[in-house]
Design a protein around this ligand. Structure first.
Ligand SMILES: [Zn+2]
Length: 396
């Protein structure tokens, strides 16, 4: 059995709470709506009680006391009792008519049974109050789905952590939790990293950057059997790195630490965080002047890493069949400047890092894509392909 206690906000003696011309009084509106709601609920067989039958105002503590007493007397488990307070929200300065419209529900902090009820009310309001503004409550189911997919797609979040995070995100969906988890079964990311420590490493690095301290760690690669092979120093011992952290960057689905080391003062070094082990903040340390000088220009560092892997940016004109517009947008963004040259072909002017990565991308489209300008880049691409062919013809 369920009981619904209805409360009507304010009272005849409450100051304000009225329309600019004074004809509409909130206490009165609240009581009219309350009585209509009570009648509808009783017709549907609900056990309804009125918290404040009087016209006068009741302070909030008095309302809470009365509500608690009523709930105790009922003798029902608390989760079977709903208390709903009816109000008319105000908008504006009290002297002018405003255009505000709509409907909303307030619940106490945190996720409780009240939120489940509010979600039901919102669902009904969207259906039965077309054209009225009904705000989103916390996250909608599609928004939560996006968050779940993002966690699922992130390689640096391990399988185990992914499961934990997905459970917690799904819990935000209240009664839609099961649905969210079920829908997620279809997705599977097989490229998840195995380093469970990555979140702790990220945390330690951020802490060090914030407090301007050095960090220490071990660094490893994975061999053909996925066994960790730790980097060693000159003596063959596992190398204990000590660096000055400058920035933590998420790029191409990996976290990178950019660090300064006085051994290589001319540049910063980059480490993949998922290849770091036992990351520790060196408490009795301070960042050097040189490292601190690097701190403000984090975006330059991202640029630097890029350059390191991918060469200098060059303006390149590509010609390709219109069928390749999709891959070009995917690679170089939808903001790419493209013009049609004839019925079947387009040309795009791009800022490209000319590198083996770029040649590799071009080669997948075979003869359907051509470098129009500059001539040197076209020649370098030709040279790259020629070298591959030559190396193959030696073997076959
Ligand atoms: Zn009110």
């Amino acid at each position: 059995m369920h009981k619904i206690i209805l409360d009507a906000g304010h009272g005849i003696n409450t100051a304000g709470k009225r329309s600019p011309d004074g004809r509409f009084r909130e206490y009165k509106f609240n009581r009219i709506i309350r009585d209509a709601v009570a009648e509808h609920l009783r017709l549907r067989g609900y056990n309804v009680e009125i918290l404040n039958p009087e016209e006068t105002d009741l302070s909030l503590p008095d309302r809470a006391t009365r509500a608690n007493n009523m709930t105790c007397q009922i003798g029902l488990p608390i989760q079977n009792v709903a208390i709903i307070s009816i109000h008319a929200n105000a908008a504006g300065n009290g002297s002018q008519w405003m255009k505000a419209r709509g409907w909303c529900a307030y619940t106490c902090k945190g996720h409780t049974l009240s939120d489940e009820l509010a979600n039901c009310l919102y669902k009904a309001a969207r259906k039965h109050l077309p054209g009225q503004y009904v705000p989103e409550r916390d996250f909608s189911v599609p928004e939560l789905k996006i968050l779940i997919d993002a966690v699922q797609a992130a390689n640096f979040v391990t399988e185990k952590k992914t499961k934990e995070l997905i459970d917690r995100i799904a819990a935000l969906g209240g009664s839609f939790r099961g649905e969210l988890l079920k829908r997620n079964m279809a997705y599977f990311n097989s490229r998840k990293h195995s380093n469970e420590a990555i979140l702790y490493s990220v945390d330690a690095i951020e802490d060090a950057i914030l407090r301007k301290k050095k960090i220490e760690f071990y660094y490893f690669d994975l061999d053909e059997d996925k066994i960790r092979v730790y980097r060693c120093d000159e003596t063959g011992e596992r190398k204990h790195y000590r660096v000055e952290p400058v920035a933590l960057i998420l790029s191409e689905d990996n976290y990178y630490l950019m660090a300064y080391s006085d051994r290589h003062p001319e540049s910063t070094a980059t480490y993949r965080v998922d290849r770091m082990d036992i990351v520790q903040v060196v408490e009795d340390s301070e960042l050097s002047e040189e490292a601190l000088a690097h701190l403000p220009g984090v975006s330059d560092y991202t640029e630097q890493v890029f350059r390191m892997h991918n060469g200098e940016p060059t303006t390149v004109v590509l010609r390709f069949g219109k069928g390749l517009l999709g891959p070009v947008y995917d690679k170089f963004s939808e903001k790419t400047e493209v013009r049609s040259v004839n019925d079947t072909e387009c040309e795009a002017t791009l800022s490209v890092r000319v590198s083996k990565t770029f040649y590799g991308w071009l080669a997948q489209f075979g003869s359907d894509i051509k470098i129009v300008k500059p001539k040197e880049v076209a020649e370098m691409y030709y040279g790259h392909l020629r070298a591959i062919l030559d190396s193959l013809s030696e073997k076959y």
